[in-house]
Design a binder for this molecule. Structure first.
Ligand code: FAD
Length: 318
């Protein structure tokens, strides 16, 4: 069976959920070979093996944190050359997409970004994408070189599938070119204690209907009752009610959670572009004609200031 390279996103050895999802998808098209780099890389092996990695290629080196993505691309390319895989899968984070794009360019391959599903095809893996501001859902295949595919978080369920997960050290060194730029400081954003927006299983968003920064705690309370991330429409962000890092849409973040709850959001095409691939969509809007109701699974026509606190109370009571 063909091998499929899976780039591992981890924090000091703790594998992040989008990578475990990638392993589920990788098993549909071949045998996953994981590539883990940086501090704690070797510590990822047990979790990766538990989820189907037949092999884990590691380069344990704290210096990856000192540089931008080029050393990671060098290492992934070394793994690619060692394995000759049928495909390379990378999580669709900002960094993941840069790594994937640089690798595809170096190896002369086509790239598919932001896939939301992946299946085996007669002529190679077929990815599902939502494109042109979510106007179309396409099935896409790379026709040149080894497919390099980035996959959005929440595109597949995490499944246990124990495999050998034999650890092998990757023989790579930091090149002079790769180390030409040095990270001099990192400032972690203040944590809200909520999940990362793009990785959250549930996202609760607020729009212009929230009518002021002082009312966003209503949205946050519902999010907290569900263990969800908080999103916002551009109207709410432009008004200064919520940070731009939480904006969902064409010029914000693209999310694909199991559940998306839109409160006081009309459903403009640019907002839909960032959330249309959510598995279940719920909207609360006082205008029964709001376009968001065209794409919801469940819609509540009502004032969010009545509906949302009641919903929060009901969930907290369970
Ligand atoms: P509105 O469209 O004003 O809708 C507010 C809704 O709230 C209405 O439907 C109203 O009925 C409802 N409402 C009001 N009060 C209540 C209440 N008390 N209870 C219940 N419902 C209530 N937008 C994004 O979101 N993300 C993007 O990334 C983005 N990128 C863009 C890029 C470009 C190039 C352009 C041109 C636009 C972009 N936009 C984006 C803006 C987009 O076109 C819309 O203007 C924006 O999404 C509207 O936000 P909204 O739905 O919160 O506000």
């Amino acid at each position: 069976m063909a091998e499929v390279l899976v780039y591992v996103d981890h924090v000091d050895g703790a594998v992040r959920k989008p990578t475990l999802e990638l392993l589920t998808l990788a098993r549909r098209i071949g045998e996953p070979v994981a590539v883990a780099l940086g501090n704690g890389a070797a510590g990822t092996a047990a979790a990766l093996a538990e989820h189907g990695a037949v092999k884990v290629l590691t380069h344990e080196a704290a210096e990856y944190a000192d540089y931008l993505v080029v050393p990671k691309v060098d290492a992934l390319q070394a793994a690619y050359e060692a394995v000759s895989p049928a495909a390379v899968l990378v999580p669709s984070s900002a960094e993941g997409k840069e790594i994937a794009a640089r690798l595809a360019l170096r190896i002369g391959s086509g790239i598919i970004t932001d896939a939301v599903d992946l299946e085996a095809g007669d002529e190679g893996p077929v990815a599902t994408q939502s494109v042109f501001a979510a106007s179309f859902t396409t099935k896409t295949r790379v026709i040149k070189g080894t497919p390099v595919i980035t996959v959005k978080p929440n595109s597949a369920a995490v499944e246990a599938a124990p495999a050998a997960g034999a650890v092998e050290a990757l023989a790579v060194a930091f090149s002079e070119k790769a180390t030409g730029t040095k990270v001099t400081a990192r400032t972690p954003r203040e944590s809200t204690g909520r999940p990362e927006l793009t990785e959250a299983a549930i996202v609760v968003s607020g729009g212009r209907g929230v009518n002021g920064a002082e009312n966003f705690p209503i949205i946050e309370a519902l999010a907290d009752s569900l263990g969800a991330a908080v999103g916002a429409s551009r109207a709410a962000v432009d008004a200064g009610w919520y940070p731009h890092t939480n904006q969902v849409g064409q010029t914000g973040k693209s999310v694909s959670p199991q559940l998306y709850i839109a409160n006081g959001i009309s459903g403009a095409i640019q907002h839909r572009a960032g959330m249309q691939t959510s598995k279940t969509i719920v909207a609360v809007n006082k205008d029964a004609e709001a376009p968001i109701f065209d794409l919801v699974d469940y819609g509540v026509v009502g004032d969010l200031f009545d509906v949302v606190p009641q919903l929060t109370e009901e969930i907290n009571a369970r």
